[in-house]
Design a binder for this molecule. Structure first.
Ligand SMILES: [Zn+2]
Length: 175
């Protein structure tokens, strides 16, 4: 593992949080979970992450109460990973981080996040600037932005091109 598991000399709560979310891929797994990705294979194809790394991240996130493992099929047994309130609480952080990347590194927006009620783009802290309120994540509508690949190779990216509310499970095209 490239990153130490803890920052022993740091008592800062940012350091504490980074022990959990600072590992490579972890925030992207959480991001996908907020988008409504729930299944192992869907994380795998969307992230292009090595299997062992994904398995380790899902295990850590489940142990930390950020994702909850739920059985959705008995035979053969299949589990999905549903983001918990603790994970949802990272949304403003991810929103701010995404805008920071866009503003400082010129990344084009792959996705636009809007308040479902009024259509205004969500602000950097998860608020609706027009309504003046924090928007619950389930009321955030995700639509493709100008940087989105309109013809992506993987089925999860294709599913995410359809406007959808955050947290709602992604709907894959029938194979
Ligand atoms: Zn609004």
């Amino acid at each position: 593992m490239a990153l130490g598991k803890d920052y022993a000399t740091q008592e800062c709560s940012i350091a504490r949080a980074l022990e959990i979310v600072g590992e490579r891929w972890t925030l992207l797994v959480i991001r996908d979970a907020l988008y409504g990705v729930r299944r192992y294979n869907d994380f795998l194809v969307h992230l292009g992450i090595p299997r062992a790394v994904l398995a380790a991240r899902l295990q850590t996130l489940t142990a930390e109460g950020i994702l909850e493992k739920r059985r959705y099929q008995q035979s053969p047994p299949r589990d999905e990973y549903v983001v918990t309130d603790r994970g949802v609480a990272l949304w403003p952080t991810l929103r701010s981080l995404g805008l920071w990347g866009r503003e400082h590194y010129g990344e084009p927006a792959l996705r636009i996040f809007r308040h479902a009620d009024c259509g205004t783009e969500i602000g950097r802290y998860g608020e609706c600037p027009a309504c003046g309120t924090f928007v619950a994540l389930g009321d955030v509508l995700m639509v493709p932005g100008p940087g989105a690949d309109r013809n992506p190779a993987d089925p999860v990216s294709r599913a995410l091109l359809k406007p959808k509310r955050m947290l709602e499970p992604i709907e894959m095209d029938a194979a």
